[in-house]
Design a protein around this ligand. Structure first.
Ligand code: NAD
Ligand code: MG
Length: 387
């Protein structure tokens, strides 16, 4: 039977790769719905090619433009942020691929989990902010959460070699990002252009900056904690610049099981869509003999303070993770727009965490309040020229 997929964020890096994966998978996989925030032309093109039941543009001001671009196509067009919730819960949809960037994806991801949809999740921020609520909702409805983030896909695959009680350590690998070899001194004034040139992965701008600060790995520690219900104390990070070993699981007997592959997001995207099956796909196969050697090193926690902050946040239940994430989103945007220095990203995050009063057992409303508070705090700091 055909599988119908809704892609939230189909115009982004993950979204476009997912459509390439679906093309190659053939007629068994169909596109039921697509969404974008502002790329109307690309969304209209995708709509013409894939003929989904529904498309959504989350920026409501662009509805008219999208409508004109799609002409006579018999496709329902929705507009505004809430349209994502509607497409995540469509009856026709079997799998929701969450490929939006940032906290904006949270309401729809939660809606998909509540409705019992299979949830292929690249959008790590909702898991970071509301991991407890999200995993509980999925458990209640019977929704399967299938990680797309390459490290978490690797853990998901490797962990199948044993049972949860037998896991003694999770080792998340990271390339170290574009600034791995830049000195602590020079890192202070890195430009957006330098921080955006990732040596291995071709990703959207926000996650590429997160990779440069190592905030990405910090978010991934929290993501792994919730996805696999694993204590933070047994989650390690290892820098592996070649990005071939996507992560490892150590079991109590000392065996370490890893997943390897070329650095290509098509592989984890495909595994999430075809799980529990494996089928031939478009990702290039690995030739270890051509690589010669793989290297590993410990992360420099003094240079990349975001990672140590991430560990602290991961151990703090409640609203801390929402503040951590929102302060980062706001600061990264300011950095990309040339308004703050690279080093100020982590300083702003740390400031927000220090000033915030953590509330434990937070409801969804409290998480959103904490998120909004952090964004406001970042902009007030900038207005007062504190950073
Ligand atoms: P991107 O910036 O390339 O694309 C983001 C998508 O989200 C676009 O379709 C855009 O239209 C949509 N979007 C942006 N702002 C929105 C808003 N406010 N409301 C609704 N939609 C909005 O990002 P990406 O690199 O594809 O990353 C998407 C997610 O996947 C992120 O959470 C990222 O951390 C995660 N991820 C990405 C990669 C990668 O290789 N790109 C790898 C692992 C995890
Ligand atoms: Mg990752």
């Amino acid at each position: 039977m055909a599988k119908y997929i809704a892609i939230l964020g189909s115009t982004g890096s993950i979204g476009k790769n997912a459509l390439r994966v679906i093309d190659a998978l053939g007629p068994e996989y169909k596109v039921a719905a697509l969404s974008a925030h502002s790329s109307t032309e690309l969304l209209a093109q995708q709509a013409m090619q894939y003929k989904p039941q529904v498309i959504a543009i989350t920026n409501p001001e662009l509805y008219k433009q999208l409508h004109e671009l799609t002409g006579d196509l018999d496709i329902e067009i929705l507009a505004g942020p809430d349209s994502l919730i509607k497409i995540a819960q469509l009856d026709q949809v079997d799998i929701v691929l969450a490929a939006i960037v940032g906290a904006a994806g949270l309401p729809a991801v939660l809606a998909a989990a509540k409705k019992g949809k299979a949830l292929a999740i690249a959008n790590k921020e909702p898991l970071v902010i509301a991991g407890e609520l999200l995993t509980a909702a999925a458990k209640k409805s019977g929704s399967t959460i299938l990680p797309v983030d390459s490290e978490h896909s690797a853990i998901f695959q490797a962990i199948q070699a044993g049972c949860r009680e037998e896991v003694s350590k999770i080792i998340l690998t990271g390339s170290g990002g574009p600034l791995r070899n830049v000195s602590s001194q020079d890192i202070q004034n890195v430009t957006p252009q330098q921080a955006l040139s990732h040596p291995v992965w071709d990703m959207g701008p926000k996650i590429t900056i997160d990779s440069a600060t190592m905030m990405n790995k910090a978010l991934e520690v929290i993501e792994a904690h919730w996805l696999f219900n694993i204590p933070v104390d047994i989650i390690d990070v290892l820098i592996h610049p070649e990005s071939i070993v996507h992560s490892l699981v150590e079991f109590v007997d000392g065996s370490v099981i890893a997943q390897l592959g070329t650095p290509d997001m098509c592989l984890p995207i495909q595994y999430a869509l075809t799980y529990p099956r494996r089928v031939a796909g478009i990702a290039k196969h690995l030739k270890l003999e051509e690589l010669g050697q793989l290297t590993f090193e410990k992360p420099n926690l003094e240079k990349f303070r975001a990672l140590s902050l991430g560990y602290q946040v991961a151990r703090t239940p409640g609203t801390a993770a929402a503040v951590f994430n929102a302060a980062n989103e706001a600061a990264v945007q300011q950095f990309l727009e040339g308004r703050i220095k690279f080093i100020s990203i982590v300083e702003l995050i740390e400031h927000c965490l220090n000033v915030h009063n953590v509330s434990t057992n937070a409801s969804l409303e409290e998480l959103f309040e904490a998120d909004a508070w952090a964004r406001k705090e970042v902009s007030e700091c900038l207005n007062q020229k504190v950073f």
